[in-house]
Design a protein around this ligand. Structure first.
Ligand code: PMP
Length: 441
């Protein structure tokens, strides 16, 4: 049992993306994490079905990462990121590059996915300006896209609650492609749905409306995670690539969730065989041990921006903590684990098992869709009358109480475990969800 001494004063912290009042009535506090498990403050073990927030891909408490961070903290706690450097920032950039598609070998470090997205959008505009096409400023996102919480990210993002309170202050000149989620056609698809490629043609419509000469970039998540695991239809990303290329528009893949193994490949770009011009990264880059993010940039884009500048600063952008020594230590140690343990290959090998286990829930009570790719699955529930999201919230709470951590968004459950997961744990997660669904009104 939790003793009152274990529970701190909860009043001062304003929690992000949380129903604060509700949470504080019934707090779920985590105290420790090792391997596949969290331990709560009252000593309960919880199997991590979501790799934290889609980020702890190598599992928790990896000693190699802990050692690297503590060695670095003792050796060089901080180095200014502007006009000075430290060796590991360059080594970390090279290590990230090794996991990127060929040619995407220039790396700009940030501290989060939101910063990576806004950085990528700014690079896109700077690129066109450097080419003498400074009028290309329009940005195109997608409905149900999540690109973090910066003003750039919520502007190109397609989640209305995230935009509503700020609607007067969103970036001007932003359009949205339609999302690709259609249960009437694609319910219970294993892997990529066959229907929906033509939705990429909407980009041609937007281009015709505004003229390509005004459009800087298109940004999409190759697989949308936060809005409920939306797997791209076959041929869809290829088509977006072809249309953007044809019109000189940059393509940005927001791979904050998908990079570093989630789909059983280093990146979604590699998995789908579609290479963007820019890629936003975070989460798995450091196994979430230290906040870190990056933008991977095609060499040509980078060289164009540097080439257009005289002898001064080429890109007026950066963070005090870009390539923070603790982050670069964590990144180097993390990427080494991914490589040494072949975790992306492991994820690919496990993904058939994961798919089978997920789709066992097709007939479970309340389930209207099961979808999956690599080591991520979404289970969509029929909403309860008059209370959208309530059913998934209940399943989430019951699963947590029974020792399984999931995520939910609306009435969609998301499962995205660390890539070190064992087959028996995959069975346990989906089996427990099935049992909880059966016992949920
Ligand atoms: N982009 C995508 C695709 C994401 O999934 C997320 C986080 N879930 C972000 C951006 C924002 O990342 P952060 O929370 O680190 O700012």
């Amino acid at each position: 049992m939790t003793s009152p001494a274990d529970i701190p004063d909860l009043s001062n912290l304003w929690m992000p993306f949380t129903a604060n009042r509700q949470f504080k009535e019934q707090p779920r506090l985590l105290a420790k994490a090792r391997g596949m498990y969290y331990t709560t403050v009252d000593g309960k073990q919880v199997l991590d079905g979501t790799a934290g927030l889609w980020c702890v891909n190598a599992g928790h408490g990896r000693s190699e990462i802990i050692d690297a961070i503590s060695r670095q903290a003792a050796e060089l706690d901080y180095a200014p990121s502007f006009q000075l450097g430290h060796s590991d920032s360059f080594r970390a950039a090279t290590a990230v590059t090794r996991m990127m598609p060929a040619g995407m070998d220039r790396i700009f470090f940030t501290n989060s996915g939101s910063e990576s997205v806004d950085t990528a959008l700014k690079i896109a505009l700077a690129y066109h300006r450097a080419r003498g096409e400074g009028q290309r400023t329009r940005l195109i996102g997608r409905e149900r896209g999540y690109h973090g919480v910066g003003f750039g990210g919520i502007s190109v993002g397609g989640i209305s609650p995230n935009r509503k309170a700020f609607s007067g202050a969103l970036l001007p000149g932003v359009d949205h492609l339609p999302h690709t989620h259609d249960l009437s056609r694609n319910a219970h698809t294993r892997g990529q749905p066959a229907w929906g490629e033509h939705l990429a043609d909407e980009l041609e419509r937007i281009v015709a409306l505004h003229d390509a000469s005004t459009i800087a970039a298109v940004i999409v998540e190759p697989l949308a995670g936060s809005t409920g695991v939306l797997v791209p239809p076959k041929g869809y990303l290829e088509k977006l690539r072809a249309i953007t290329e044809k019109h000189g528009i940059l393509l940005i893949f927001d791979e904050v969730i998908t990079a570093f193994g989630r789909l059983g490949a280093a990146t979604a770009s590699e998995y789908f065989g579609v290479t963007p011009d820019l890629m936003s990264l975070a989460k798995g880059i450091s196994n979430a041990s230290v906040p870190a993010g990056a933008v991977a940039v095609k060499r040509e884009v980078h060289d164009t921006i540097l080439g257009a500048a005289a002898n001064g600063i080429e890109f007026f952008h950066g963070y005090t903590y870009s390539a923070h020594p603790l982050a670069t230590a964590a990144i180097l140690a993390t990427l080494e684990i991914y490589e040494r343990e072949q975790l992306f290959q492991r994820a690919r090998a496990l993904s058939a098992k994961f798919e089978d286990a997920a789709h066992q829930l097709e007939e479970a009570r309340h389930v209207i869709d099961v979808r999956n790719l690599g080591m991520v699955a979404g289970i969509e529930l029929a909403p309860r009358d008059g209370a959208p999201g309530a059913r998934a919230a209940e399943v989430f709470r019951k699963c947590f109480d029974q020792g399984i951590m999931l995520r939910y968004t609306g009435d969609i459950l998301a499962i995205s475990p660390p890539l070190i997961i064992e087959e028996s744990q995959i069975e346990e997660i989906f089996g427990k969800i099935g049992a909880v669904l059966q016992a949920t009104a």
